[in-house]
Design a protein around this ligand. Structure first.
Ligand code: UD1
Length: 428
């Protein structure tokens, strides 16, 4: 990409990766045909579809514009295999949530330790704790985790802290468990709510009402497996992709309208962007949001921000925020509270001329330094997207190597930025 050109125009926000993945896993529970509309065309979804197929499910995906963009049809009536292939599980951490669904459906699952983005320690102890509380026997053999349950039974599961994946895993296992399950300290991310909505539409009985959720609780009344039925479901749009493009406009300047935004899920992001001096307007009727960051004199850093669980500032947008901070005047301290090693792009940004120091889990950015184009290496999904933003801000040419990481979560980041007037293309 050739940087230093403001962005301008409109783009459509794709369906949410983190909502679609657990919903696809949930299809495993349902002995029928489910159709997901608005599924993003990304490699993590391909990987999840391959996992489903490996169990015997039939999966048809159609990402062609003419025939219904992002339609994935899953029919699990012929599922029989409880062992998940290492190839796919190692490629994607969220494959671990297949455990809960497969225990509910087959009473058995064998899976290797999951892979995923290298953003620090990512243990799965809370997942295993929750499943064991529901009555699963779990044993580890080498790199493989086996789980077995004659019958899952509802239980009170109190997590020591909130985990999106562990909450989703327990929900999946509890939907067809006998009796009632109460999850305390449940994650409240919109992607957890979407999973509950999908399962309820398919015949599940999950209570995630406002007052319960405020107290961090989700209550699941188990239903018989045979009571679950196929459903057609629309995937919500991706709040992290929307946020990435907002920070791109904040960093590179310009005026950008996002269409198909998840209204109400972007509050902490909008507050941060407004605090940094850009104008934001939201059209709730048209589901659109516009950022205007044209007046560069007004773009300044706020002193401090920390990542935290929803509805606070999301860890997945910490890297795009760092790049925007590099392009604003003044200093910003960013504290990463969710993952232990999520400043991996700092070194690459420093090589481009950014002034950033890292002390423990806090990065301090001194903005306003000139950034120069370089060849930089993507090491994970969101950091990779942030490096593209950095390239759009830097002088000269930037090449982002190993951009395959970005395809895990962004349908067409190059096409989207080109549509906004950036000089950018895929090479190789
Ligand atoms: C999900 C999202 C990811 C996002 C993250 C936090 C998906 C596919 N991924 O990841 O994009 O960055 O939420 O919003 O939806 N932990 C444990 N033990 C466990 C599980 C988690 O200690 O068994 C810790 C993690 O190391 C981390 C914290 O809990 O420090 C939160 O992780 P979690 O919410 O589980 O993230 P994921 O579900 O992996």
């Amino acid at each position: 990409m050739e940087g230093q050109r403001p962005l301008s125009g409109r783009i459509w926000i794709q369906g949410s990766k983190n909502a679609a993945l657990p919903i696809l896993a949930a299809c495993m529970l349902i002995p029928g045909k489910c159709v997901l509309r608005g599924c993003p065309d990304i490699t993590d979804i391909e990987c999840m579809c391959s996992l489903l197929k490996s169990t015997g499910a039939s999966v048809a995906a159609d990402f062609g514009m003419e025939t219904g963009a992002g339609m994935v049809e899953v029919d699990t009536r012929s599922v029989r295999e409880h062992r998940l292939p290492e190839k796919y599980v190692s490629a994607m951490r969220s494959s671990i949530i297949m455990m809960g669904a497969m225990l509910g459906r087959l009473g058995e699952v064998c899976v290797n330790y999951p892979g995923g983005c290298v953003i620090g320690e990512r243990p799965i102890d809370l997942h295993l704790y929750g499943l064991e509380k529901l009555g699963a026997q779990i044993w580890i053999e080498g790199n493989h985790i086996h789980a077995y349950a004659d019958e899952l039974k509802g239980a009170v599961i109190e997590f020591p802290f909130s985990s999106v994946g562990a909450t989703q895993n327990v929900i999946l296992a509890a939907v067809t468990a006998r009796g009632t399950t109460v999850i305390k300290n449940a994650a409240r991310e919109p992607e957890v709510i979407e999973l509950c909505k999908f399962l309820n539409a398919a015949g599940g009985r999950i209570d995630y009402s406002g007052t319960l959720l405020k107290a961090g609780r989700i209550v699941i009344q188990g239903v018989e497996l045979s009571k679950l039925h196929g459903v057609v479901y629309d995937v919500i749009s991706d709040r992290i992709v929307a946020g990435t493009y907002l920070f791109a406009a904040l960093a590179a300047g310009g005026k950008v309208t996002l269409e198909n935004i998840p209204i109400g899920q972007l509050d902490s992001i909008c507050d941060t962007i407004r605090g940094m001096g850009a104008e934001m307007t939201i059209d709730t009727e048209r589901n659109e949001m516009t950022i205007n960051a044209d007046d560069r004199d007004r773009i300044v850093n706020i002193p401090y921000i920390e990542t935290n669980v929803y509805p606070d500032f999301p860890t997945d947008l910490q890297s795009p925020l760092l790049v925007a901070a590099c392009m604003a005047k003044g200093k910003l301290a960013v504290r990463e509270k969710i993952f232990s090693s999520r400043f991996r792009i700092v070194e690459e940004l420093q090589r481009m001329g950014a002034e950033i120091t890292v002390e423990g889990n806090t990065a301090i950015v001194t903005g306003g330094r000139e950034m120069e184009g370089r060849t930089v290496i993507a090491r994970e999904l969101r950091g990779g997207a942030a490096l593209v933003i950095a390239g759009l801000c830097a002088s000269g040419i930037t090449t982002v190597a190993d951009s395959g990481y970005i395809r895990r979560g962004y349908q067409d980041i190059v096409g989207d930025f080109a549509q906004l007037g950036a000089r950018i293309s895929y090479v190789g």
